[in-house]
Write a protein that binds this ligand. Sequence first.
Ligand code: MN
Ligand code: MN
Length: 467
Amino acid sequence: MTKFSDLEKKLTYSRKNFWNEASKKEQKKAFDFSKGYKSFLDEAKTERESIKFFEKKLENLGFTNFKNNKVYRISRNKNAAIAVIGKKPIADGVNLIVSHIDAPRVDLKQNPLYEDSSIKFGMMKTHYYGGIKKYQWVSTPLALHGVFVKQNGEVVNVSIGEDENDPVFVMPDLLPHLARKAQYTQKIGDAINAGKMNLVFNSIPFKNDDDKVKNAIKLNALHLLNEKYGVIEANFLSAELELVPAGKARDVGIDRSFVLGYGQDDRICAYTSAEAIFNMKDSEKTAIVYLADKEEIGSDGNTGAKSIFIVDFIADLLHHNGEKSDSKTLRKTLIKSQILSADVNAGINPNYPDVHEKENAVHLGFGVSVTKFTGSGGKGGSNDANAEFNAKIISIFNAEKVNWQIGALGKVDEGGGGTIAKFMAEYGAEVIDCGPGLLGMHSLYELASKADIYSSYKAYKAFFEKG
Ligand code: MN
Ligand code: MN
């Protein structure tokens, strides 16, 4: 007679905890993998810095500008595509993993600097980028990253606040003692007004003999910037300056099983998919990693996933490989392609379990999530992957011993969100969402499990090698 437990094992699905399943050796690999990941998070806090990080790596690994079978292209210093050409014709379809390298943040306005003449502070006006909970960004140390582009085309890189000897910046919140009317009577989303998210920049006036100089504090701010970076106020008008949480990624937990850090949505998938293409064995199909910008504001713009960039890249790959690259061949190539939309999902939060539906939510530590659909309400705005492709991905992960689970974003009608998947699906390719869960997504310090970071890497590598 079959034992109940055997029958249960045979017939039921349950997600598996990586820390129970993995050997000591495998667990050590997960820990070691996260070290490289953390230094990437420290070095690459913006989309531009991410591109710089990967460009260095690509050069070292022998990737070229269409000179051999390992190629890459960077567009406008903000997005990139990396490919390893396989043995089969590219026109048979490619295996592509797309992630995004932008993250929610607070930008400086184009004309940001002003002097508060009554309080005697130099201040900077800001404009937030992406879906942030504004209250998380006040009264916390911020670093300033970005570029000034001068009218002669010279690009001046800025990074202030990451070195421990650097100053940092802050947008001071209101003290609780006086917040009763201004904040406590408001809804949480309105309690911090975007117009009050101004940054303290300086307070010492430019030293001068003439007391009548107006705006001496603002002038001193410009003087210090000019000394350090050679810029003038007009250069702010053509600058991209981003405020991000200052400081490094850290281990979390007495067992160090988690990583806490800024911008893991979605640099966790950028890093793991890039490592997958760098370390994969020779494959039949052409493998492509696409690192997109602008996902957090809807994938618009010419560096976002809605742009023609990736299609143009694949056309050039066809040509480079000696294949036809006319419009019809390109369309057919895209339709035959398989795409993982590599983005994070919402892990079930022990403090707010009620917004999730436990059986269908992502559990941290249980591996990479295969997410059939995202969207909101009745699957609105979702790609909703085909069951056939879903099954194929699951079978590859099972064969390659990837720790994986299924995952939906939250309870139906609780809220929602989307990824790049639906834009990729417009090409007619098979697309499914696949990435790790995070807690505190879009906060300054997102939490990821080392088990899931490593499982994502293994999943992406398996997809390239066997997909
Ligand atoms: Mn994302
Ligand atoms: Mn996001």
